[in-house]
Design a protein around this ligand. Structure first.
Ligand code: ZN
Length: 386
């Protein structure tokens, strides 16, 4: 494994692209960003990058071990056929991970974060569930057994992830020649929409031919403008709560339901399935948006300009430190990784709180900000030592 995690370097690149998208939309006179939605999306993105940095070395080690000891075929790295076969292979496995992640309760809990945003722009691309990679890596293991060289897998996976970034925008309309073959902003807008006709459609990563083959293809319709978000609305700007939203409901149902066989099986049932006694108890709760689309008030608590400015500055500091922190994470000692993770998570929770006008953790900033600056200096020490 490399001594550096290049995901860290993606942070400034993505931030620049987000600013370009914002500028282009404003020039067109379109307002498709909301400050608290963007902060929440970016907070979720940072949590994913950190959890990925913590997990990747272990999950990729399993892929390498399978390839070294149990591969069925030998694919030479220098052959274009290898790259073509595993471009299709990685995209195919992604399709099935993505589809199962939407359709099974426990896995929806590890993907729902990507869909909670009620706006749709480049910040949505970074918005991911922190625990997604804890599940998704298993879906790519058949490629190791088939004989995909690890370096080919890593490059194709990065290409897949980079490709998906530009799909999350309303600034680009239909693209005639590739629509229906490649994933496009239009096909992916459909995937993020909660209009009934669009739900559980267009799972494809780079290609949507899988959707056409397996019956999940749906083009964007002019008469059905997309409405974004999940049918069970997100009611928090706290990125930790947002990550645990679906699993928390499943855990409550596991404790509440009287039927023993449901306590475990509900985690593996189709997404949204709940025991009858839990549903009956929740009758007064608006819960899921039954009508599917439009007209739902967005979760948009009012806050002061001062709090927004503070949160903006805090996020910029967090982004700057995370860029270096994630880049260096493979070579940092455990105490430094743990400290950095705690400081970042605490900062993101406080930022979300302030945008909801909560002040319960405000005192924490008096300790956290000096600690963040000390942590930045300690990272600088790691660079100098390296
Ligand atoms: Zn999805």
């Amino acid at each position: 494994m490399s001594d550096y995690n290049i995901n860290g370097l993606a942070i400034p690149l993505f931030l620049i692209l987000m600013l370009v998208e914002y500028g282009v939309l404003r020039l067109q006179g379109r307002r498709l960003h909301r400050f608290n939605d963007s902060v929440n999306s970016l907070s979720m993105g940072l949590l994913l990058l950190i959890s990925d940095a913590l997990l990747k070395a272990y999950t990729f080690a399993v892929f390498i071990w399978l390839w070294q000891h149990h591969r069925l075929l030998d694919f030479p790295v220098e052959s274009p056929v290898t790259w073509l076969v595993f471009f299709l292979g990685v995209d195919f496995c992604y399709y099935w991970f993505h589809r199962v992640a939407h359709q099974v309760n426990i896995l929806w809990g590890a993907h729902v974060g990507h869909h909670q945003g009620e706006e749709y722009n480049f910040t949505t691309a970074l918005r991911q569930s922190a625990f997604q990679y804890a599940f998704s890596w298993v879906f790519y293991l058949p490629l190791a057994v088939l004989g995909c060289p690890p370096v080919v897998f890593v490059v194709q996976f990065v290409v897949l992830k980079m490709y998906q970034f530009w799909l999350h925008t309303q600034a680009i309309n239909r693209i005639p020649l590739i629509e229906g073959v490649m994933s496009t902003p239009s096909s992916h807008r459909v995937h993020h929409a909660k209009n009934p006709i669009y739900i559980d459609r267009n799972y494809g990563g780079t290609l949507v031919i899988w959707d056409r083959l397996f019956g999940t293809w749906q083009p964007e319709l002019p008469e059905q403008p997309c409405h974004y978000g999940t049918t069970r609305p997100l009611d928090t700007l706290n990125p930790v709560r947002a990550n645990l939203q679906h699993w928390a409901m499943l855990a409550r149902d596991t404790v509440t339901t009287a039927r023993w066989q449901d306590k475990l099986s509900l985690w593996f049932r189709p997404t949204g399935w709940r025991p009858a006694d839990c549903l009956a108890l929740d009758a007064g709760d608006p819960g899921m948006q039954r009508t599917g689309c439009a007209d739902r008030p967005k979760y948009d608590p009012e806050t002061t300009r001062g709090k927004k400015i503070y949160v903006g500055c805090s996020m910029m500091l967090t982004f700057a430190i995370c860029t270096v922190f994630i880049f260096l994470s493979p070579q940092l000692p455990a105490w430094q990784v743990a400290t950095g993770t705690l400081l970042v998570v605490a900062g993101l929770v406080v930022a979300g709180d302030l945008l909801e006008n909560r002040t319960r953790f405000r005192w924490l900033e008096l300790v956290r900000i000096p600690l963040m600056l000390w942590f930045a200096v300690s990272l600088w020490g790691a660079i100098a030592a390296g």
